[in-house]
Design a protein around this ligand. Sequence first.
Ligand code: GLY
Length: 347
Amino acid sequence: MKELCLTSETREVCRVIFSRLDAETLVRELGGNVFLFTDEVVARLYSEWLEKALHTKIGYTMSAGEAHKDAQTLLSLLSEMAKKGCDRNTVLVAFGGGVVCDLGGLAASLYMRGIDCVFIPTSLLCDVDACIGGKTAIDFCGVKNLLGSIRLPRAVFIDPVFLRTLPRVELICGLGEIVKHAALCPSLFQKLCAQDDLFDLDFLSSLLPENVVFKAGIVERDLKDKGQRQCLNLGHTTAHALELSEGGLSHGACVLCGIVFEAELAKKYLACDADYLDCLESLCRRILPISLEGLDVAKAAHLARMDKKNAGEKISCIVPTKRGEWARLELAPKQYEEDLLAIRSRL
Ligand code: GLY
């Protein structure tokens, strides 16, 4: 597959282009009036190449990492765009991983009430998840992705060449989201279970189109996240709580722990296929040893309670149940905390 056209029910259109990125393709697709936005790690590796290809200097480079996905960075980026004279015809090119695309997408949706945005993802997580579906956000008041918008970028360019410079921790982050998709998509689950080395880059590159097609299919039917799209939060209530409470854990590690923890909740509360859930959990463990030892359970439960997916007093989790199936489970905060404690002690 070379290209996919994602058209939402609100008639927004996003082209997803799978291609080796060369100067000719970039200039043809982007034109001249671009504002390049990246982070310092990606800039160190690739800015020279991109600047040369587009004959434009990087407009703004943010510090790398989720800790900087905040209001301060957003405002600095917007100020720089204003200072450099961006106008309604400028295309903001977000070149980087999930943080850069989330923040760049939000800046583009705010600047002059919305300018076009193009993503060039450089991480596995961004390729398979963050760059597809128009969710943009910053973390705010201690809550992940509290401020944001849903607006599709004009185009996304996916080139697996960028996987070659990713450290293992970044591959784990992408694999966390790939396993989440596999829990919802049986053919992907089968491929992962059959693969010996889950970190093999050719294997991961070969999975990109299937992940994108799967996610795009869901987004097309529910761009605004009112119904079916919520399945993409599988494992993420607990993952976000762990990420915020444990500070040093990567998003991928938290997603894998979240999937295991929420699979255990499904076994306790819902009609499910326990053998299948065991397979899903061992898939997570093949990527990373899962341990919640030392977890501050009360703090994590408190943070889960603040999660924006909740409605009312209960903590809402999207849990895997059977092959390709999921359910929403709502638990009282006290119960969630007790379960977190019990599951932690047997993991
Ligand atoms: N990453 C979840 C979603 O895009 O809905």
